[in-house]
Write a protein that binds this ligand. Structure first.
Ligand code: ADP
Ligand code: MG
Length: 211
């Protein structure tokens, strides 16, 4: 599978579908340790992303991710809107060479992580989406360095993000709204890590479907 604009658009259409399907689950996660708006916010954002891409599909990965960034930034709100917006904006800027190679995918995920950390100032272990994107960036780099192709690097990143999201359950939140709960945030999954893993899984699936 070539990781070109068609892939990036299929990724976003699949993410729209997955976020819609998991909307209530994400709302429930955010109700436990936040204010319950994460599923609704993201669903609104990705619906708009889908509509904008359908109306005027860009011809490069960079173009697609730039549209995604701007759309999420202006529609999602809360903490997650600016965080995802910055992630996709940095990811777009990282796309110097298209179609993406394995190393290009690793660069894209590293750039997204950098954007999230530049915006939110969270380190790993603080029970935020950094705990999904961090392991994803490490796994992607290791897979690319081992010579794997783009789709395989995406799969490694998606698996690591899922594991990272699961690993937030025993953590105590020290950033974001969940940090107000202190010890009571322990024992619940972080909603932003869960949604991040979902989005990265769709990136891998979109690449694998057309292998
Ligand atoms: P809000 O907290 O404003 O209601 P959302 O519910 O949309 O925003 O998003 C909450 C998610 O945002 C959290 O689950 C967490 O993953 C992520 N998050 C919050 N603050 C930060 C931060 N400083 N750095 C990284 N991620 C964060
Ligand atoms: Mg919330």
């Amino acid at each position: 599978m070539i990781l070109d604009a068609d892939w990036a658009i299929r990724w976003m259409m699949a993410a729209r579908q997955e976020v819609a399907a998991q909307r209530d689950y994400l709302i429930d996660l955010d109700r436990r340790i936040g204010d319950g708006d994460h599923g609704e916010n993201l669903d609104r954002g990705f619906c708009r992303v889908g509509a904008v891409l359908e109306a005027d599909p860009p011809s490069s990965v960079q173009g697609v991710l730039t549209v995604v960034a701007k759309t999420l930034m202006s529609t999602v709100g809360g903490a997650a809107g600016p965080l995802y917006g910055t992630a996709f904006l940095r990811a777009a800027k990282s796309c110097a060479v298209e179609p993406l190679t394995g190393a290009g995918v690793a660069d894209l995920i590293a750039a997204a992580l950098e954007g999230i950390q530049a915006r939110g100032k969270a380190e790993r272990g603080e029970k935020t989406m950094v705990d999904a994107w961090g392991p994803a960036a490490d796994a992607a780099r290791a897979a690319a360095d081992a010579g794997l192709d783009g789709p395989a690097v995406l799969r490694a990143a998606a698996d690591a993000a899922e594991e990272g999201a699961r690993a937030t359950e025993p953590m105590k939140a020290t950033k974001g709204r969940a940090s107000y709960l202190g010890e009571r945030s322990i024992g619940h999954l972080d909603p932003g890590s869960a949604s991040s893993a979902m989005i990265l899984v769709q990136a891998a699936r979109a690449a694998e479907e057309h292998r």
